[in-house]
Design a protein around this ligand. Structure first.
Ligand code: HEM
Length: 156
């Protein structure tokens, strides 16, 4: 079961963070160059809404398989050991995305962004891109930490 959980975990992470990388490095920069600023919010909405369900499913699967791995390996004590900083970082990244996707977006963030994108598209998209870069950088750092950390490297 450990191997199956690890396969589900890594596949979910690949689909999820790969999608975030595409949105950050390709989709948002392309939309920011669209000649009609008033249309940018709607164009983003069309593409992003197709990724939203995939992001929710993969975030859920990554979290479920991650906690199952900790349970099955009886490795909860890693949360008390700073040398397992990458377990903290993985959990933080998962928590941040879960909060945005399942709580903040449905509650107000989705509507708020579209309003801001109509009012001041340059500013709204600059902010959106910055936030995506922050989350992508943290996610990639967590992946580097996890892959190296499980093999005994990067333990400070
Ligand atoms: C609730 C959140 C999460 C928990 C509890 C969790 C937990 C774990 C555990 C226990 C392992 C196995 C470590 C070992 O074999 O020693 C693992 C592996 C891994 N995790 Fe997570 N994880 C979570 C979220 C994430 C996220 C958000 C990412 C990426 C951004 C990530 C990337 C990885 C990768 C790439 C591996 C495979 C490491 C390898 O075997 O090479 N995890 N995770």
């Amino acid at each position: 079961m450990l191997v199956a959980a690890r396969v589900v975990h890594v596949l979910s992470v690949v689909l999820w963070i790969g999608g975030v990388a595409f949105v950050t490095t390709v989709l948002i920069p392309a939309i920011r160059r669209h000649p009609n600023p008033e249309e940018r919010g709607e164009i983003f909405e069309q593409f992003e809404s197709r990724f939203a369900l995939q992001a929710k499913v993969t975030t859920f699967l990554a979290g479920a398989s991650g906690f199952y791995l900790l349970y099955e390996m009886d490795a909860w004590a890693r949360y008390l050991d700073p040398s397992f900083w990458w377990v903290h970082l993985m959990t933080f990244v998962w928590f941040a995305f879960t909060l945005v996707l399942f709580v903040l977006e449905p509650a107000f963030l989705h509507r708020y962004f579209l309003e801001q994108a109509k009012k001041d598209p340059e500013r709204a998209f600059a902010f959106l891109q910055r936030m995506h870069w922050v989350l992508l950088t943290l996610s990639l750092t967590a992946i580097v930490g996890a892959v190296a950390g499980t093999r005994g490297y990067l333990r400070f």
